[in-house]
Design a protein around this ligand. Structure first.
Ligand code: SF4
Ligand code: SF4
Length: 164
């Protein structure tokens, strides 16, 4: 009986919280507050790109719905025999709507299943990954999915991967 009561309480609390979200918009303000804090300079803009981990494919910039990502030219870095990285992304916080498309479509995350080098809030801890080794890693996603991701990139990832 006690269990049933607890269950009912959890259920009702869940309903109430969802109604609050729908009717009063509660829980939607976190991103807006964060955005305003960044824009007003109250908090320091978090690090959003791990440059060492990025392969400069431009996928994030191509997929961003608000064109918040600009690719910045860098001193070219040879990553593999077939590929030189010559740009990295920069997020414009004023245009970002925190949809996370950049993060989710980044091939480092979506193809290789590693920590994404891009995140609209904060990439968190630095992770040491050798990108040239990463590009040799066996990939385990469907042909259809990799074709979709490759169509978003400005580099020929399939060629770099040796048509895997
Ligand atoms: S999270 Fe921001 S930067 Fe990333 S795709 Fe969405 S709008 Fe663009
Ligand atoms: S999609 Fe990922 S690897 Fe490609 S440029 Fe953006 S952050 Fe770098």
């Amino acid at each position: 009986m006690e269990e049933l009561r607890s269950f009912a309480k959890i259920f009702l609390t869940g309903i109430y919280e969802n109604l609050e979200r729908i009717i009063f918009g509660s829980g939607r303000y976190t991103d807006i507050e964060l955005r305003n804090a960044i824009l007003s300079g109250t908090i320091k803009l978090p690090k959003t790109v791990i440059e060492e981990l990025c392969i400069g494919c431009e996928g994030c910039a191509n997929v961003c719905p608000t064109k918040a990502i600009e690719m910045i030219p860098i001193e070219p870095i040879k990553i593999t025999e077939n590929y030189v990285k010559d740009k990295i992304p920069k997020i414009n916080a004023e245009k970002c709507v925190y949809c996370l498309y950049c993060h989710d479509f980044c091939p480092v995350f979506s193809v290789f299943n590693e920590v994404s080098p891009i995140h609209p809030r904060d990439v968190g801890e630095y992770v040491e990954i050798d990108v040239s080794k990463l590009l040799q890693k066996k990939i385990e996603i469907s042909e259809e999915q990799i074709n979709k991701i490759c169509s978003l990139l400005s580099i020929n990832l399939k060629k770099i991967l040796g048509d895997k």
